[in-house]
Design a binder for this molecule. Structure first.
Ligand SMILES: Cc1ncc(C[n+]2csc(CCOP(=O)(O)OP(=O)(O)O)c2C)c(N)n1
Ligand code: SF4
Ligand SMILES: [Mg+2]
Length: 304
């Protein structure tokens, strides 16, 4: 496992995302992308559908990334990545990692069919969904993965239904390696990408990263990191890995399987304006969603 100190040094050396790019202050997808590209040692090609990243990356002399990026139409990213990887393999290149880097809108909604198709074919690619809980690039509309209770520009009184969990869907589909990560737990995230690259090469891999968006979630940038940690410490964002359908909890998050060890959910919600309007009834339903997800994890762990 990488230490915090080692990761800082690795990131300085890799310079995978150049400083002064177009991300908003405190953007956690930017941090998560940096950790991910460092883990693939900049030896990769990222396929990115329309999303905040396709803006952050920049263009021309202002291109801010140390890997090539292929921008695609929303629904096409897993198919394009499959083609790139197959071509590389045909040319004898087995080392270059091909990853899809897509948002929750591009994954949970618009790209879901192509994602499932690539998983079915067991393509030799890593699919990473960064979850910032909405269509942030176009002004914070709700996506299928937006959680219950939160306000977006299209759920102005708080979303009334539960968010989709695509990682769980990927486990059910039989994807060989699936993991849940959080940008606030950088070393855990780095280790998971490294594992996907090194131990599960040759098949389809899916990783989902909790990636807060300060303007969309109405969070003070000073609180973004603490709030991200609280997502896991309240049980809201469990950290786990699934190998061939068997789930194990990650060291950093295992204790939150026990509801008594979790911090109160309100410690997490109170830092975010998107929850400010929430009434008691909706808050209870949002809290019940946490236990709903843990029950699925326990089923996949064979505990239920
Ligand atoms: C077919 C299509 N519909 C709509 C758009 C406009 N659009 C560009 S980015 C975006 C939001 C994407 O949301 P998500 O995938 O969650 O990424 P984020 O912006 O949150 O990073 C939308 C709706 C588009 N480019 N193509
Ligand atoms: S809108 Fe949100 S996700 Fe997009 S760049 Fe800004 S902070 Fe990042
Ligand atoms: Mg999004």
């Amino acid at each position: 496992m990488v230490s915090q100190k080692e990761l800082v040094q690795l990131e300085l050396n890799s310079n995978s995302i150049k400083q002064g790019n177009l991300a908003c202050a405190g953007c956690q997808l930017n941090a998560a992308f940096k950790h991910s590209l460092t883990a693939i040692k900049n030896n990769g090609i990222a396929v990115v559908p329309a999303c905040c990243t396709s803006v952050i990356q920049g263009a021309g002399d202002g291109y801010g990334m140390n890997v090539p990026i292929m921008n695609t139409a929303f629904a096409a990213a897993p198919a394009v990545a499959s083609g790139i990887k197959r071509r590389l393999l045909k040319e004898g290149n087995t080392d270059t990692t091909v990853l899809v880097w897509a948002g929750d809108g591009g994954t949970a909604d618009i790209g879901l069919a192509a994602l499932s198709g690539a998983a079915e074919r067991n393509e030799d690619i890593i699919y990473i969904m960064y979850n910032n809980a909405g269509y942030q690039n176009t002004g914070n509309q709700k996506s299928g993965a937006t959680p219950r209770g939160t306000k977006t520009t299209t759920t102005t009184t708080g979303k009334k239904s539960r968010g989709k969990n695509i990682a769980r869907m990927m486990v059910a589909q039989g994807v060989p390696y699936v993991a849940s990560a959080n940008s606030a737990f950088a070393t855990d995230l780095y280790d998971k990408i490294t594992r996907a690259v090194e131990d599960f090469k040759g098949g389809f891999r899916y990783i989902e990263i909790f990636s807060p968006c300060p303007p969309g979630w109405d969070v003070d940038t000073r609180d973004t990191h603490a709030m991200g940690k609280l997502a896991t410490e309240t049980g809201y964002w469990p950290l786990w890995e699934a190998v061939d359908g068997v789930v194990t909890l990650s060291k950093r998050g295992a204790r939150y399987n026990d509801p008594a060890k979790r911090k109160p959910f309100q410690e997490y919600t109170k830092l975010q304006g998107r929850y400010a309007h929430i009434d008691e009834q909706l808050l209870i339903l949002a809290e019940e969603d946490i236990e709903f997800e843990w029950k699925w994890i326990r089923r996949f762990m064979g505990e239920l």
